[in-house]
Design a protein around this ligand. Structure first.
Ligand SMILES: [Ca+2]
Length: 215
């Protein structure tokens, strides 16, 4: 059975086959109201502090102009990870891409996607940080973040960049602006939701979240 749904900018394709299913998700944020929190998301956080502030902003330089998802709060510091997770998603073997633009942040800057997200304390995360000039993949298990791989890389603020993830079975590949940098194997998480992540006081824009279950 196939059900196709298209809501100006949000495309969800469910393919049901017996007990297994796959789906596609593309969110360009254009259908949401500027200044509001998009209702298809859940805002939460890992660690200490107070909830972040996620809102739809406008940016004419965005990959799909003009609306983007923005984490705007700079009130958190230290061990605090802002999360905006897409409701009603469940991806296992996936290809994911998302564009981000680091706006500001004194303690931390940048961000990236989360996937195979079970809850605010259990998920995979890949992020690029312009203050540290590195690109890393972590797992957060029971609220504790553990780095799985890192590469030193020039990460510019104020410009759009793209992160791509491929996670098939236990192999995770992470691409920055189309180039493969991180390749690890991990068995901790099998499937879960997808979403967006920033740390501490990082103010970051995101656009064109594109996810596909691949087999
Ligand atoms: Ca957009």
């Amino acid at each position: 059975m196939r059900i196709h749904r298209f809501f100006s900018g949000l495309l969800i394709l469910f393919l049901f086959s017996g007990l297994s299913f796959g789906q596609k998700l593309f969110i360009d944020f254009e259908k949401y109201e500027t200044g509001r929190f998009p209702t298809d998301f859940i805002s939460t956080f890992t660690g200490n502090g107070i909830p972040g502030i996620w809102k739809i902003k406008e940016d004419e330089t965005a990959p799909s102009p003009s609306k983007v998802m923005a984490q705007l709060s700079s009130r958190n510091f230290g061990y605090h990870f802002n999360l905006a997770v897409v409701k009603n998603t469940n991806f296992s073997n996936l290809k994911l891409s998302v564009y981000f633009k680091a706006i500001r942040g004194k303690e931390d800057r940048g961000g990236g996607p989360v996937w195979r997200y079970l809850d605010a304390n259990n998920y995979y995360i890949a992020r690029a940080n312009p203050l540290e000039n590195n690109f890393r993949v972590y797992k957060v298990v029971g609220g504790i973040r553990r780095m799985m791989a890192t590469v030193n890389l020039k990460i510019t603020s104020g410009k759009w960049h793209r992160i791509d993830i491929e996670n098939i079975e236990n192999e995770i590949k992470c691409y920055y602006d189309g180039k493969l940098y991180l390749n690890v194997k991990d068995n901790t998480f099998k499937s879960g939701k997808v979403g967006l992540w920033t740390k501490a006081d990082a103010v970051t824009y995101f656009d064109n979240l594109n996810v596909e279950e691949i087999r």
